[in-house]
Design a protein around this ligand. Structure first.
Ligand SMILES: [Fe+2]
Length: 244
C-alpha cells in the first residue's frame, strides 16, 4: 500500500493543494495526516473540507485543532497562534468543527501508529531528543510511528539494545524500514520550520517498507496575500517565505 503522509497543514490551502496534487501524481492509495489542519493560516475551512473529502484517510487531532474545538486550554498558545485560532473559529462551519472535535489523539493500524506530538503526550510533547524517543518507546508498538508537531522532517530509529539514531530528512531522503522501530515526521505542509519554504510531505510504502521525504513548490505569495487581507500578524506572514 502506498500512503501519502502529511502533517501540520495549518490552514495553508495553497500548500495543501500542491501536496495533494503530488500525492495523486504518485497514485497513492491512502492518506495519513498527523494533525493540525488549522491555525496560523488564512483558509481553515477550505483545508478542513478538502481533507474531510479524502478517501482512505487516517488522521489524528493536533494541538491547534484541539484548541479550536475547546479540547485544550488556550494558555498553551502564544499571542500570534491565538489570533489565528480565533480567526478559524469564525470561519469554520458547525459540521467542520464537529469533525475536528471528533478526531482521535492516537490511531493504530496494521501498518503504522499515528500521533500528532508523541505517543506519551499526543497533543503537547515535541519529539526532539533521543532521550524522549527512548522514553516514548513504551507507549506504542506498531512501527513506524508517524508524528508531526515540530514541523521538521526527522527520523528516530532504535534496534535491539543498540543506542538510538536520529537525523534530519533532506528532500528525497529515503529510509528503508528494517526490523527496527521508527518514529517518522514528514515535516509541515503549511508552515515548514527547517529553513526550506517548500511544503514537506512523505510517501510510505508499507509493502516495500520504505519512507521518502519530498518538498513541493507552491505559490506562498497567494497565502500571504490572504493573510494580509485578513489582518494576520506580520511574523506569521513573513515566515512562509523563509520556512522558519
Ligand atoms: Fe503544528
Amino acid at each position: 500500500m502506498l500512503y501519502g503522509v502529511f502533517s501540520d497543514v495549518h490552514a495553508n490551502f495553497e500548500a495543501l493543494k500542491a501536496v495533494l496534487a503530488f500525492f495523486r501524481k504518485n497514485t497513492v492509495s491512502r492518506f495519513i495526516c498527523c494533525g493540525d489542519l488549522v491555525g496560523y493560516g488564512p483558509q481553515p475551512g477550505e483545508c478542513v473540507r478538502e481533507v474531510m473529502g479524502l478517501p482512505g484517510l487516517d488522521i489524528v487531532l493536533g494541538n491547534h485543532d484541539a484548541a479550536l474545538t475547546g479540547k485544550m486550554e488556550l494558555r498553551w498558545f502564544n499571542k500570534n497562534a491565538l489570533t489565528a485560532i480565533a480567526f478559524a473559529k469564525k470561519e469554520l462551519s458547525k459540521i467542520e468543527l464537529v469533525y475536528l472535535a471528533a478526531l482521535p489523539e492516537t490511531v493504530k493500524t496494521e501498518d503504522f501508529t499515528l500521533v500528532h506530538g508523541t505517543p506519551r503526550k499526543p497533543l503537547t510533547e515535541y519529539l526532539l531528543s533521543e532521550d524522549q524517543f527512548l522514553e516514548n518507546l513504551a507507549y506504542w508498538d506498531r512501527s513506524p510511528c508517524f508524528m508531526g508537531h515540530s514541523h521538521t522532517p526527522i527520523y528516530f530509529r532504535q534496534s535491539g539494545g543498540l543506542p538510538p539514531e536520529t537525523g534530519f530528512l533532506r528532500p528525497k531522503a529515503k529510509i528503508v524500514l528494517d526490523g527496527a522501530r521508527y518514529m517518522l515526521n514528514p515535516g509541515s505542509v503549511g508552515q515548514p520550520r527547517d529553513g526550506n519554504h517548500r511544503a514537506s510531505c512523505g510517501l510510505y510504502n508499507s509493502k516495500k517498507k520504505t519512507f521518502e521525504i519530498f518538498r513541493v513548490d507552491y505559490d506562498f505569495s497567494k497565502t500571504q496575500e490572504l493573510m494580509r487581507a485578513a489582518g494576520f500578524p506580520g511574523v506569521l506572514i513573513e515566515r512562509l517565505a523563509f520556512g522558519l
